[in-house]
Design a protein around this ligand. Sequence first.
Ligand code: SIN
Length: 282
Amino acid sequence: MVAPKTNEYNLIEAKPFAPNLGAEIYGVDLSQAVSDAQFAEIRDAFLTYQVLFFRDQKEIPPEQHVAFGKRFGPLHAHPAAPTMMGHPEIFEIHATKDSKIANGEFWHSDVSCDETPPLGTMLQIHIAPPCGGDTMFSDMYAAYDDLSEPIKAMLGQLSALHSSEHIYKGRYSDRGKKDTEIDCPEAVHPIVRTHPDTGRKSLFVNRTFTTKILGLSDSESEAILNLLFEHAEHINYQIRFRWNLNDMAFWDNRCCMHRAIWDYWPAERKGRRVTVKGEKPA
Ligand code: SIN
């Protein structure tokens, strides 16, 4: 079950970012292999705080970034995004003055349209704008916990469709990815999922990918989804992370959503993202 929030680690320092969500992690150098003992503390902190912000980092070599991701399990391959030359496991986040879109601009849990959506995502930012480019995170355990019992009972019986064609089609064409080369998966997931490691329930719908609640009329589905989106995006559940160069964030897609803010145009922002494969939500 869920571990209490604590700073009492021996090999890392975890400084809570906000009372509800997140911790800044100090005392670990991710540009090198981490020991099993340090890894165990990082994993515990990840399950406790839902999103970790590793501060004071050097640029992590791609091989090391991939190797760190694999400590948590097999990696997830993005169905549509361009990957880094020579490193197919790495998705490069990149927005410049010529970009038509920036990644992750609306609230989402990464690739929730996949049958087995990613467990977690590790993003290191290598080119940061002079200001702006923050990422927001929202606590989906708390969003679930705060629902009333009758609504929890109703949602516990419902599943929703997560689609991606409306997101991925044409999205990366300016970065050389043709629509003929991408997949646009869709999957049905329970609206309330149970975290396999903590045993806690979280709300698992998001404005980007969740398109329909099964078994309801279109108007019922739309009304309930809108209610859930607005509830899950309430400011009480959110934190807003300001990046320093080479910070690495690692978020748990099973119990938090995120949203990247593109307020820095025409400045450039670039990073490398590795995602760890998850299990079928249950
Ligand atoms: C994403 O992975 O959704 C983008 C996050 C970010 O660029 O901060």
